[in-house]
Design a protein around this ligand. Structure first.
Ligand code: NDP
Length: 295
């Protein structure tokens, strides 16, 4: 039976350190970091995420600014709002909740965000900085995966990691972070041949495909560490709605050395890392030292 990697507890510890850092910024520099979240449309899951982000932002002592816009907002209207937020000194981080409605080009919107306020780390310049190994705002879910791995494995150097999924928001940045940790990285995707046997060779499996319970026990090397990024809402055979990951937890937890549950694994880390990025962004904008609590 595997060790369960408790993302909920780790995220709560990180939020505690963030709260300390926020209070230090207030006392030493009279600064209160501010995070603006922009939501366009009525996607129910996005509304839940935005509410949770705003609540946690306020809980750690930061200012939260919410912009909820109608589904028919035009691309130019959204660009204008982001440019306004770019100019506001009280806004240190800007996040545009994805997905955006079809009439809006997400890439243009993300690249309109001031690169130093891009707390999601999706701006092309932050992606380039991450890939070239220089200092950047790192995407939140990948940053959360790395914290969970560092908590589980003392020295990541030399480990073989397979990442299932090559999206710009999860798969590729996780790959860059693990390369930086001196892992040997394989990135697999829907065209990878014989995925189970490629997967079996890895010491670390990170699943980010969006396919419910794709990874089975016979895909995983005994003792491997498994990080499940997937969030899939399914209806089970009894008609109950439930949340499952991209890993078949029931069977894989019998062979893995350590595994994240869904929910309660990667999910809680994502928002905590967003708050951490907001502090990092604030300190860089004001050219002050990042408080040791979150260094
Ligand atoms: P995308 O849909 O953008 O990318 C999915 C990737 O998985 C693609 O690279 C695709 O390959 C690959 N893929 C799809 N099916 C298979 C398959 N059968 N075998 C191998 N590879 C496959 O997804 P995201 O990266 O945005 O998200 C992945 C999952 O993570 C989702 O469940 C999402 O909900 C979750 N998520 C969770 C977050 C959290 O906070 N916990 C945050 C972000 C995402 P190809 O490129 O060839 O099409």
């Amino acid at each position: 039976m595997s060790t369960v990697i408790d993302g909920k507890t780790l995220a709560s510890k990180l939020r505690f350190s963030i709260k300390q850092a926020v209070s230090e910024l207030k006392i030493e520099h009279n600064i209160v970091p501010g995070l603006a979240v922009v939501l366009v449309g009525q996607d129910p899951a996005s509304h839940v995420y935005v509410k949770s982000k705003a609540r946690q932002t306020v809980e750690v002592g930061m200012h939260s600014f919410e912009h909820r816009l109608p589904e028919n907002t035009s691309e130019n209207e959204l660009v204008d709002i982001i440019e306004e937020l770019n100019q506001k000194p009280e806004v240190n981080g800007i996040l545009v909740q994805l997905p955006l409605p079809d009439q809006i080009n997400s890439e243009r919107i993300i690249n309109t965000i001031n690169v130093n306020k891009d707390v999601d780390g999706f701006h092309i310049e932050n992606i380039g900085r991450l890939s070239s190994g220089s200092s950047s705002l790192v995407p939140c879910t990948p940053a959360g995966c790395l914290i969970l791995l560092r908590h589980t494995i003392e020295n990541l150097s030399g480990h073989h990691a397979i990442i299932l999924g090559r999206s710009n928001i999860v798969g590729k940045p996780v790959g860059q972070l693990l390369l930086k940790e001196n892992c040997t990285v394989t990135i697999a995707h829907s065209k990878t041949r014989d995925l189970p046997s490629v997967c079996q060779r890895a010491d670390i499996v990170i699943a980010a495909v969006g396919v419910p319970e794709l990874v089975k026990d016979n895909w995983v090397k005994p003792g491997a560490t498994v990080i499940d990024v997937g969030i899939n809402r399914i209806t089970d055979s009894l008609g109950n709605k439930k949340l499952v990951g991209d890993v078949d937890y029931e069977s894989v937890s019998q062979v893995a050395g350590a595994i994240t549950p869904v929910p309660g694994g990667v999910g809680p880390m994502t928002i905590a890392c967003l708050l951490q990025n907001t502090i990092i962004a604030t300190c860089r904008q004001r050219q002050i030292r990042i408080p040791p609590a979150i260094e």
